[in-house]
Design a protein around this ligand. Structure first.
Ligand code: SAM
Length: 255
């Protein structure tokens, strides 16, 4: 039994939203927002401390707000292991919102206000409950339905994906991938030959690993993984050079 006094109802949810966002009326924005208390109750039952909560229809951001609240108070954390690091007990969230204006002006703005605090319509300073989030915008899909790399994909876009899928580490933000050597991770250099990065866009040219292209790659003393459209170098030479070849697009992990 979930009583109104415990989990609230839609009216509370509207008040909650109007108060944090200074909306004149939430009616026009969201017809049935959920109270954070209701989502907290659901998360108490359905998740454990440290879990990652996904709401693929972010909307007014109630799910994220509920997670921030649970992290701010110990009350939502049933079944906690007291030996665990406090960080490991925090729930995290991913919210996805399709509408750009809703996403920026409502979903993200509500969570920002909740986390860091805000001044309400009466001019009162409302303290933040802590926590935070990162706002990301999805780019175009890299692959088409047939698994081929889309023609419009730029070198830098594929490079970031290749580096992450190979190493499980993001390419550092400040590193602009504009050379075939994307980076070195745990002692292994990751290279990508794509879109004629070596200045040769012919089908058997700069995207294919040949003795000639190998000689023009930025050098690295140690093991190398090279993503390329094809390879015309023999296995012995590859082994000698410590090179693992992965063929694009087939050997690029999509996740
Ligand atoms: C009912 S609201 C979500 C309410 C939210 N969970 C809450 O309680 O605050 C649904 C939202 O999903 C968004 N949406 C619809 N289709 C989507 C999609 N394919 N991907 C991401 N968001 C989508 C809509 O723009 C709308 O803001």
């Amino acid at each position: 039994m979930w009583f109104y006094k415990d989990v609230g109802h839609t009216q509370d949810a509207k008040k909650e939203l109007v108060s944090i966002m200074d909306f004149a009326d939430s009616e026009s924005v969201f017809i049935t927002p959920k109270p954070t208390r209701l989502i907290q109750r659901i998360l108490q039952i359905a998740t454990n401390p440290g879990d990652l909560v996904l709401d693929s229809f972010g909307g007014s951001g109630t799910t994220g707000h509920a997670v921030l609240k649970m992290n701010a108070t110990a009350s939502g954390s049933i079944g906690e292991d007291a030996d665990e690091e406090p960080e490991a007990r925090l729930r995290r969230f991913i919210l996805i919102e399709l509408e750009p204006t809703v996403c920026k002006d409502v979903t993200a703005e509500r969570l920002r206000r909740a986390a860091v605090g805000h001044t309400n319509a009466k001019g009162e300073a409302i303290k933040g409950i802590g926590g935070g989030f990162r706002f990301c915008e999805l780019g175009e899909a890299l692959f088409d339905e047939a698994g081929q790399i889309r023609e419009t994909v730029k070198f830098g876009e594929l490079a970031r994906h290749v580096y992450f899928s190979e190493t499980r580490e993001p390419l550092p933000r400040e590193r602009v991938p504009n050379t075939p050597l994307l980076g070195v991770c745990r002692g292994v250099a990751v290279y990508l030959l794509f879109n004629g990065i070596l200045g040769d866009k012919t089908s058997n040219g700069g995207n294919v690993l040949t003795r000639k292209t190998l000689a023009t790659l930025p050098p690295f003393q140690g093991p190398k993984v090279i993503y390329c459209a094809g390879c015309l170098i023999g296995a012995d030479r590859l082994a000698e050079e410590g090179i693992t070849v992965r063929q694009t697009p087939y050997e690029i992990r999509v996740s």
